[in-house]
Design a protein around this ligand. Structure first.
Ligand SMILES: [Zn+2]
Length: 311
């Protein structure tokens, strides 16, 4: 009898534990630029992600937008107002905290194709997965799929902030450009070919310093969800933007800067880490606020109540 009771207790406990275990936590941070003062911080032996280390480590996946090229080679900068190239010494630090980085942005290709290809090779050598960029258009638009607790999570990155010369083509490495047709193709492919249970898109878009998403951002985010995306996490405007729930799915239009120096205003020095909690087709979320210091390093500020984020 006691044995039967014990068995029953174990059975109940194991069901309880298993139900909890199935929740998947994914952390996203916004723009991470590791040239200039953030790069020097790493060179001096400091870890720019230290304040968020515990949150990132407690997540099943942690994802960042890597807003710079990475190479020890000199290369030739593209003709544009700001160009960023980090030293490869930053990669072990990134690898320590992140499962993957998105390359779909307006800085990964700042030093042209050769340095972009070097960036890809260095990421691979350091075991850091990437998406939203590749050696050709096919690879750039390929979803990155993780198996987490028996579920397939697919990540797709897209950029639509100029210059378009960064775009991956059939015969050129580069970033995934968010033409509507390509986005629909990528999301469908993630679901139908890769069997993804959840698809999350990470677009790089919108207008700099705008606190509210543009019409184009809203249109594209809704298209992504209409096609099958379960969450949209955006970046680029250097400030956080409004969020929206569309068909029950969260859209974070911009997470703002996360590691980035060179801004004087408070809005540009405020970024979000968004944690998605996924379970039974439901996505819940929590926002943690970072305040960037003078070196562009995020300092933990607070967990923001949902009501404040939705305001
Ligand atoms: Zn950007």
């Amino acid at each position: 009898m006691i044995q039967h009771l014990l068995f029953l207790v174990l059975l109940v406990c194991s069901f309880g534990v298993r139900a909890d275990d199935q929740a998947i936590t994914i952390s996203f941070v916004g723009d991470v630029m590791l040239d200039e003062t953030p790069g020097r911080t790493i060179q001096q032996g400091h870890d720019p992600f230290r304040d968020f280390e515990k949150i990132l480590a407690a997540s099943d996946l942690s994802i960042a937008n890597l807003e710079c090229a990475v190479s020890a080679k000199k290369g030739k900068p593209e003709e544009k107002p700001f160009v960023f190239k980090a030293h490869p010494r930053v990669l072990p630090v990134l690898k320590k905290h992140f499962s993957a980085v998105s390359l779909a942005n307006n800085h990964a290709y700042d030093y042209g194709e050769k340095i972009f290809l070097d960036t890809l090779s260095l990421l691979e050598k350091n075991g850091l997965k990437y998406f939203g960029g590749g050696r050709d258009i096919q690879q750039a638009h390929e979803p990155l799929v993780f198996n987490v607790k028996g579920k397939k999570i697919a990540l797709l990155g897209y950029s639509e902030f100029f210059p378009r010369s960064f775009e991956a083509l059939t015969d050129r490495a580069g970033v995934a450009w968010s033409e509507d047709d390509y986005v629909v193709y990528g999301i469908r492919r993630a679901k139908e070919v890769h069997g993804a249970d959840y698809v999350i898109t990470f677009p790089h878009w919108g207008f700099e310093q705008e606190k509210t998403a543009s019409k184009r951002q809203v249109q594209l985010a809704r298209l992504m969800i209409d096609t099958g995306a379960d969450a949209v996490i955006g970046g680029h405007p250097h400030v956080t933007q409004n969020i929206e729930t569309y068909k029950g799915k969260p859209i974070f239009y911009s997470l703002g800067n996360f590691v980035f120096n060179g801004f004087d205003d408070a809005d540009s020095n405020t970024g979000w880490l968004v944690q998605l909690m996924i379970k039974d087709q439901q996505i819940d979320w929590q926002v943690h606020e970072a305040k960037l210091d003078k070196q562009g390093i995020p300092r933990y500020s607070r967990a923001i109540p949902a009501a404040e984020v939705l305001k």
